[in-house]
Design a protein around this ligand. Structure first.
Ligand code: SF4
Ligand code: SF4
Ligand code: SF4
Length: 286
């Protein structure tokens, strides 16, 4: 097991101890990192125990052993301080670095788990269906590519609208931007898009948002496997769960928005450069 995974597991154990990560989540994340179910359960049960609660002086039995009997080196484990509260960020986008992404799919599991639990909590008790994910790592020949809505927009001066193409073609106005101050913390809001599931008529009856997105070589729209309603990355309202879950530092980032053409925020030459470096381990240009 790599040092990085060991470190991540230790952090998860500490978070479980501090109560910020449930045992179920610990097991799920550990198995996603390649730990077997048996080993993950063993790790969950051997997490450092919380420091014993101090006994008030009045309750100390008078017959306590003499001080010399107490092992001087016994130091109670201290629970880590609670993680600093993260603030949602407006105007950011999901970016990935193909040189660092290993294609492990932890981001997709985190996203699918989050949304499946929200909309289909009963089904989510037993399984995580990756079709609920709004981010999809794909192996393209030798390279791992992350598919995720890039928040492209039409050009007001040329096309008469600055909406996203998918938003523009939706006959139900189901694709909406949820402004800052509205929405649901950690799910929607902060100026990011979402699909109103009550308005969306679904893939079997419509699917126009998917068609227009794919027309532009994007792959930002998917459909949930149960009701077949459209799904789009809402940036988790500025607190992306996929970025938090990624075990590879720097592979997945929540970066200030860059607009550069219709689709990917990286220029085609920058993308080509990154992919070249990943495949050949050297720079394409000098
Ligand atoms: S057309 Fe595709 S990439 Fe563009 S905003 Fe819509 S889903 Fe995202
Ligand atoms: S599938 Fe739903 S979100 Fe997509 S265009 Fe049709 S109604 Fe709108
Ligand atoms: S930001 Fe949220 S909705 Fe978007 S891909 Fe990541 S976890 Fe899924």
């Amino acid at each position: 097991m790599s040092d990085r995974i060991t470190e991540k597991l230790q952090r998860l154990q500490e978070q479980m101890l501090a109560g910020t990560v449930s045992r179920r989540d610990f097991l799920r994340y550990a198995t996603m990192m390649g730990v077997t179910v048996g080993a993950a359960e063993a790790l969950a049960s051997c997490a450092p125990k919380p420091a014993p609660t101090a006994v008030p002086p009045t309750k100390v039995p008078p017959t306590a052993a003499p001080p010399t009997a107490v092992a001087p080196t016994a130091v109670a484990p201290t629970a880590p301080p609670p993680a600093a509260e993260k603030k949602p960020l407006a105007g950011h986008m999901i970016r990935y670095n193909p040189q660092l992404c290993t294609g492990c799919s932890v981001c997709a599991f985190a996203c699918a788990d989050k949304w499946m639990t929200k909309y289909f909590p009963e089904e989510a008790k037993d399984t995580i269906n990756l079709e609920f994910s709004r981010i999809r790592p794909m192996r393209f020949q030798w390279v791992d590519i992350l598919q995720n809505c890039q928040y492209c927009t039409l050009m007001e001066w040329a096309e008469g609208s600055n909406k996203a193409p998918c938003q523009q073609v939706c006959p139900q106005e189901a694709i909406q931007v949820v402004p800052e101050g509205q929405g649901e913390p950690t799910f929607t809001g902060y100026g990011y898009m979402t699909v109103d599931r009550d308005l969306c008529t679904g893939l079997d009856l419509c699917g126009r948002c998917l068609e227009i997105c794919e027309d532009q070589f994007g792959s930002g729209i998917s459909f949930d496997p149960i009701e077949k309603k459209a799904q789009i990355c809402s940036r988790c309202g500025g607190l992306p769960a996929c970025v938090d879950a990624c075990p590879e530092p720097g592979a997945l980032m929540f970066a200030p928005l860059q607009t550069n053409g219709r689709y990917w925020a990286n220029t085609p030459s920058a993308m080509a450069e990154m992919l070249f470096m990943k495949i050949y381990q050297k720079r394409r240009t000098v």
